[in-house]
Design a protein around this ligand. Structure first.
Ligand code: AMP
Ligand code: MG
Length: 423
């Protein structure tokens, strides 16, 4: 990657925080919300577990077959040649064979069925030759080469009674719900969902369905925020569009802060004459930071209004999405009590030339895919204007270019951050 020393005409702003510092500041200032509640497994999807879960059972709970076939005792397997075994009964999943199996005998067994007393090994049915001796007295013939204790699942193979199987702070995915059900746990504690109030600011904004006058545009940010917040499963309150009038924004902010754990606005976070967010936050709350050396998304206000967290996102829709994705998303996780992990980043071969000026960390929009050798490659979505939502809609990843990086040439390796389901 071409590296250039930042100069006075670069994008560097000495008053802005680095991306990493901003993330750290957010992490330090978030207290998980206190509320916990008992939920049943049917209403738990997407919640954050508020207790460790210990298994009351060994899983599997009993020795069972991994195949459809015949249960035998390992010491009776033939070392050479073939052996004939008499089939003395059946063990089906949920309907065990209750007798004991002796030398020269076997039991027909199905996947998931209890391996009967006196056996410890299963021969796949494809490896057994059935000899039909009449309706009641079947036999099978098996060859040599079978492994002792093959094709069985032992108690505790997955985990044992007393093991912690899910920890507090984990988000409950369908797999985790299945895991809880597998050990018979149907009620547990989760954290309360955060309440998030949001509104757009801007004299130019109209809600969809309204006619546009000259100079007006439709408000897209509230629909973006609503979608992303819904995907995060939080309770959201849409407070509409507020004009660029300081008093009105202030009143709405105060009202929102009373009813929500987090307030998110978009627009008015910069330094223009109609940008009031930072001034108001200074007056009615505490500003944590308000400028970040990232692109898109330099004006991003973060702070508190009393105990309520506040994000003032930039108005440009791509910037609003990128800053939500990078900052609001982990912050909401922490607020909800989630153990938040680093986002996945991968190295991809860049198939387009990328323009990049040193001074800010770039999150360019990319489309990643695999070439015919399974090498990860990435293309740009094209012009990177932060007002161009179509590029965000096309993209499936951010191409992350460090602060001091310059242009990227075709064929260089770059870091990509795949989108999760939020975008
Ligand atoms: P601002 O951050 O208020 O200076 O706005 C920056 C740019 O984003 C301007 O072009 C605004 O018209 C545009 N913008 C602000 N809010 C929205 C919104 N909710 N939906 C679409 N565009 C917006
Ligand atoms: Mg504005």
């Amino acid at each position: 990657m071409t590296k250039t020393t930042p100069s006075c005409c670069d994008e560097f702003d000495p008053n802005s925080l680095s991306f990493e510092q901003a993330l750290e500041r957010i992490q330090q200032s978030v207290q998980p919300i206190k509320g916990k509640k008992n939920v049943s497994i049917r209403e738990a999807a997407g919640h954050i577990l508020a207790q460790d879960i210990t298994s009351p059972l060994n899983i599997p709970p009993f020795i069972n077959s991994a195949m459809d076939g015949y249960a035998v005792k390992a010491e009776n397997l033939p070392q050479t040649g073939e052996q004939t075994l008499k089939v003395i009964g059946k063990s089906f999943a949920g309907v065990p064979f209750n007798g004991t199996v002796n030398a020269g005998e076997t039991v027909r067994i199905m996947t998931g069925a209890v391996v009967p007393e006196g056996t410890d090994t299963v021969i796949m049915q494809e490896h057994a030759q059935l000899i039909d001796n009449g309706a009641t007295a079947n036999s099978i013939k098996i060859g040599c080469g079978h492994r002792a204790k093959q094709n069985v699942r032992n108690p505790g193979d997955d985990f044992f009674a007393g093991d912690t199987i899910i920890k507090a702070g984990e988000r409950l995915s369908p797999a985790k719900l299945g895991l809880l059900a597998s050990v018979g746990i149907t009620e547990f504690k989760v954290t309360r969902k955060p309440v998030v109030a949001f509104f757009s600011t801007g004299d130019e904004l109209k809600g969809v369905g309204q006619a546009l006058k000259p100079g007006e545009i439709y408000d897209s940010n509230r629909y973006i925020l609503f979608g992303m917040l819904q995907k995060m499963g939080v309770d959201c309150i849409d407070m509409g569009v507020v004009a660029d009038i300081k008093e009105e924004i202030e009143t709405t902010l105060k009202e929102a802060a009373k009813i929500a754990d987090m307030v998110i606005t978009s627009g008015g976070a910069s330094v223009g004459e109609a940008d009031f967010i930072k001034i108001i936050l200074d007056e009615i709350g505490q500003v944590g930071f308000w400028k970040i050396a990232m692109k898109p998304g330099k004006p991003l206000a973060f702070g508190h209004i009393n105990d309520t967290l506040f994000f003032g996102l930039p108005g440009n829709p791509v910037s609003a999405m990128a800053t939500f994705y990078q900052f609001v998303q982990p912050c909401l996780g922490l607020l909800e009590g989630e153990t938040v992990s680093e986002p996945v980043r991968l190295q991809a071969k860049c198939m387009s030339k990328l323009k990049k000026r040193p001074g800010r960390k770039d999150f360019q929009r990319g489309v990643m895919s695999s070439d015919k050798n399974a090498q990860l490659i990435v293309d740009t979505t094209g012009i990177q204007g932060s007002h161009m939502l179509s590029s965000m809609a096309k993209a499936n990843c951010f191409i992350v270019l460090e602060c001091d990086a310059g242009d990227v040439e075709v064929g260089e390796m770059v870091e990509v951050q795949p989108f999760n389901e939020l975008i």
